[in-house]
Design a protein around this ligand. Structure first.
Ligand SMILES: *[C@@H]1O[C@H](CO)[C@@H](O)[C@H](O)[C@H]1NC(C)=O
Ligand SMILES: *[C@@H]1O[C@H](CO)[C@@H](O)[C@H](O)[C@H]1NC(C)=O
Ligand SMILES: *[C@@H]1O[C@H](CO)[C@@H](O)[C@H](O)[C@H]1NC(C)=O
Ligand SMILES: *[C@@H]1O[C@H](CO)[C@@H](O)[C@H](O)[C@H]1NC(C)=O
Ligand SMILES: *[C@@H]1O[C@H](CO)[C@@H](O)[C@H](O)[C@H]1NC(C)=O
Ligand SMILES: *[C@@H]1O[C@H](CO)[C@@H](O)[C@H](O)[C@H]1NC(C)=O
Ligand SMILES: *[C@@H]1O[C@H](CO)[C@@H](O)[C@H](O)[C@H]1NC(C)=O
Length: 366
């Protein structure tokens, strides 16, 4: 009797080890468990301990926490893509001692606790957060979590397709080992001072399909912090007015680093659509007037002064014209007055110059 009991217990244990949670497919040989598109609401329990690659994708999971991944020391690759995860609690992945690659793409993360992404001994190498944020407000939580979690060895971070309109300050400041950073398909318009401060080792940076109209000096300085990075800058709505000139000049110097040079074209104004940014320096953008601005202002002020003076002169002549009758009259009056005076003088002169009369007057004086 006893041997049978021992045997059945042993069989039970073996069976339990060999079992696979409902809705999942387990392959011990491949060390892989897949629970794909089964409407699971939670992470299934009883995932075998041998599992290295765990795919729980396309389900209805909304929340994950520290209890979700107990006893899975051997998992190196975890994909939770295309669920409905909106909450990640602190230390959710702390039990996954070997985790190197985490895929959370295609979720709706609204609440990410500060230490949500902490992984023991900084093991995590790749983190996929493509299309994973509920809205762009969540990026603040994410930035805090990227700083607080132990991601010092992270090499790949995918943040594409998240509708990001800005990057919070210091979001990448604790990711000094990062090699690949995907920020494509967002709505970024600017890169601010210090964004890429510690990312000297970056080998690939994708900023394509965003909302950049140009890259300002500040952004160009940030890109220059990344001497080894291949840059993807295409498919942005570049606006080829004066503001594009620093970028065009930078591009001319840095074109070897830009992987998708042929995709960098003006989107506005309509007349320059599809013109390569590199060719923009040969197109008159009407900028250089701005460069000679002071000269121009001076010339303008001279012209203006001339016009004002001319106008004042004209007004003067016009007033004279309107008063022409009065003036004529006054001129005649003056002439009459003058001629009277003149005649008076003339008369006195004649008297003065008559020698007889002068004799009389002088003898009278005597
Ligand atoms: C992890 O794998 C090792 C062998 O590679 C095995 O000895 C160990 O029991 C596994 N861990 C668990 C929790 O099953
Ligand atoms: C992240 O996941 C998406 C799909 O969910 C995939 O297209 C993309 O290639 C992944 N990113 C990386 C860096 O592997
Ligand atoms: C983003 O979602 C949160 C709820 O999680 C909401 O409070 C916030 O207003 C949303 N932000 C935007 C810009 O829609
Ligand atoms: C960009 O992201 C949106 C979701 O934010 C997605 O629907 C779209 O397919 C993405 N486009 C490309 C070209 O990846
Ligand atoms: C960027 O910030 C640093 C200090 O963090 C400062 O020294 C530098 O002048 C700033 N550069 C620009 C272009 O604002
Ligand atoms: C582009 O750079 C070359 C030198 O590398 C220089 O000769 C040329 O003038 C530059 N073109 C423009 C438009 O700045
Ligand atoms: C710009 O190029 C695209 C394809 O490269 C083309 O479909 C479009 O007609 C071009 N537009 C103009 C204004 O040349």
């Amino acid at each position: 009797m006893l041997p049978w009991m021992v045997l059945s217990v042993l069989l039970c244990v073996y069976h339990a080890q060999a079992t696979c949670p409902a809705g999942c497919e387990c392959s011990e040989a491949a060390l892989t468990v897949k629970c794909v598109s089964k409407d699971l609401q939670d992470i299934p329990s009883g995932i075998p301990g041998y599992t290295r690659n765990l795919f729980i994708t396309g389900n209805q999971i909304s929340r994950i926490g520290p209890e979700s991944f107990k006893g899975l020391d051997n998992v190196t690759t975890l994909s939770l893509s295309n669920n409905r995860i909106s909450v990640i609690e602190s230390h959710t992945f702390t039990g996954l001692r070997s985790l190197r690659s985490l895929d959370l793409s295609g979720n709706q993360l609204a609440t990410i606790h500060p230490e949500a992404l902490s992984v023991p001994s900084r093991a995590l190498r790749d983190l996929n957060l493509s299309r994973s944020l509920y809205n762009h407000t969540s990026v603040k939580d994410l930035a805090t979590s990227l700083r607080w979690s132990t991601l010092g060895n992270l090499q790949g971070l995918d943040l594409s397709g998240n509708g990001l309109i800005y990057l919070p300050d210091y979001i990448f400041s604790h990711l000094g080992s990062l090699r690949r950073l995907q920020l494509a398909n967002n709505s970024l318009v600017a890169i601010h001072n210090g964004t890429f401060l510690v990312l000297e080792r970056l080998e690939e940076l994708d900023l394509s399909l965003n909302a950049f109209r140009t890259f300002r000096e500040e952004a160009l300085q940030e890109l220059d912090r990344l001497p080894w990075a291949r840059l993807h800058l295409g498919l942005n709505p570049y606006t080829c007015t004066c503001g594009i000139e620093p970028f065009a000049a930078w591009l001319n110097e840095s074109q070897a680093r830009v992987a998708d040079l042929e995709r960098l074209a003006c989107a506005f104004p309509a007349a320059l659509r599809n013109t390569s940014i590199l060719g923009v320096s040969e197109v008159p953008l009407g900028c250089h007037r701005a460069g000679e601005g002071s000269d121009l202002a001076l010339q303008t002020s001279y012209v203006f002064l001339g016009i004002v003076l001319g106008f004042v002169g004209l007004m003067f002549l016009f007033v004279l014209y309107l008063n022409r009758k009065g003036i004529k009259k006054r001129v005649y009056d003056m002439r009459d007055a003058c001629s009277e005076v003149w005649e008076g003088y003339h008369y006195r002169y004649e008297i003065d110059s008559d020698p007889r009369l002068s004799n009389i007057s002088s003898s009278a004086e005597v």
